[in-house]
Design a protein around this ligand. Sequence first.
Ligand code: AR6
Length: 175
Amino acid sequence: MYNYKNVDINLLQGDITKLEVDAIVNAANNTLLGGGGVDGAIHRAGGREILEQCKKLGGCPTGEARITVAGDLPARYVIHTVGPKYKIDKNKEVFLKSAYTNSLNLADDYKLDSIAFPSISTGVYGYPIMEAVDIALQALGEKIDSGTNLKKINFILFSEEDFNVYKEAFDKKLL
Ligand code: AR6
């Protein structure tokens, strides 16, 4: 557990669909209609209610974020964001950072206390996790510096390997 300017920052390993937080973040695609990876896991565990709301949103541009209910999940909301495709998108650093920042901003708009992020873009979308973690940290730091209502910001990594990459980067920046 880390703390930066009175915000608790937690690194976890496991399945984001199990977390009892105000909002979990989904690494979605532009359609918001589901897919594989963490997106598939969230829709599978959350049930149809999430998809019904997603259908009404009409998609989401890369780097932006949208919010829905969380259906059968223990979280209250799902914040769907779309990260860049590493090999295809130009300005991928900008888009990855804004995916984090816009998700945090949306959580603040809803006055949420807690949020959990997966590692956006580092699965199917091919972003190297060593590069991605620095961008996640930049977005986090700038958001907290500019003021947030959030009390607890969690990052949850599916594999032990990814968790260790995050831990090393977080130790360097936040300890
Ligand atoms: N909990 C936490 N993390 C998870 C879980 C889970 N249940 N399942 C996977 N991860 P990815 P992307 C990790 O591919 O790269 C989808 O098809 C995974 O190990 O889910 O942003 C969408 O519809 C990896 O570290 O997201 C898009 O088309 C991280 O989540 C596309 O994939 C992100 O991997 C988005 O690709």
